[in-house]
Design a protein around this ligand. Structure first.
Ligand SMILES: *Cc1c(COP(=O)(O)O)cnc(C)c1O
Length: 227
């Protein structure tokens, strides 16, 4: 294993994060020993992007960990993650939200969800545009889906060195959040989360209005295989 001081890494990231912004430690591909180290240093929110990996790791780790699902989620994988997951960042269709609701009702759990919006100038990223997000929330309302709460939005900026481009994408996500909040939610609704920012851009994301950053490699080191 690489020589990595997880506790020190965690603390240096936390130093850059103001009150009111949550840190999700992205532990995908890393072994449970490393997650335990972060847990012992006080971290409670962890992010995984594969259903199979989440359901393998979660049962071996303390109950008070809050698991975040941050990867693309297929409807046929929903059932297996429902017992473990607290917040799904990657809702990108009404069909997926319906499935989450159905399985959450069966499991007698309530699952928080974010709508993944497409902000990058890249073909490969998943997500909704603003109009699709508005339609999805409309359907969510008229169908009165139970046991799911739409808490906000998530987005991923273009993978580029161009900070100006990244900042403009983050600002777009913040403005989509503001529009959706104004159109569909009232004061007191728990529509309060903007998940944006990763190791390379979390400080910029916070400056642009992020309330939740997803940081992996700065805490756990480089991943040994690409995902
Ligand atoms: C892997 C991943 C991250 C963390 O990436 P780092 O660059 O290691 O911080 C954040 N968000 C999503 C959706 C990811 O898949």
């Amino acid at each position: 294993m690489q020589d990595i001081n997880i506790k020190a890494n965690l603390h240096s990231v936390l130093t850059n994060i103001p009150d009111g912004v949550d840190l999700v430690a992205v532990s995908k591909t890393h072994p449970i020993e490393m997650i335990k180290e972060a847990y012992q240093a006080g971290q409670r929110k962890f992010g995984e992007n594969k259903a199979q990996e989440l359901i393998l790791k979660a049962p071996q780790l303390p109950d008070d960990i809050e698991w975040h699902f941050i990867g693309h989620l297929q409807t046929n994988k929903v059932r297996q993650i429902i017992p473990w997951v607290n917040l799904i960042h990657s809702v990108d269709s009404f069909k997926l939200l319906q499935e989450i609701s159905k399985e959450a009702v069966k499991a007698n759990r309530t699952i928080d969800c974010l709508l993944q919006l497409y902000i990058a100038k890249e073909e490969t990223k998943f997500g909704l545009d603003l109009k699709e997000a508005q339609e999805l929330i409309g359907l969510f309302r008229t169908n009165q889906l139970r046991n799911v709460v739409i808490r906000g939005v998530m987005g991923m900026a273009t993978n580029t060195e161009d900070e100006g481009l990244i900042a403009s994408e983050f600002k777009a996500l913040k403005s989509y959040f503001d529009e959706l909040k104004a159109e569909f939610f009232i004061e007191g609704d728990k529509f309060d989360t903007i998940s944006m920012g990763m190791s390379s851009d979390y400080e910029l994301a916070i400056a642009c209005g992020s309330t939740m950053v997803r940081v992996g490699s700065l805490i756990f080191g480089a991943r040994s295989y690409p995902v």
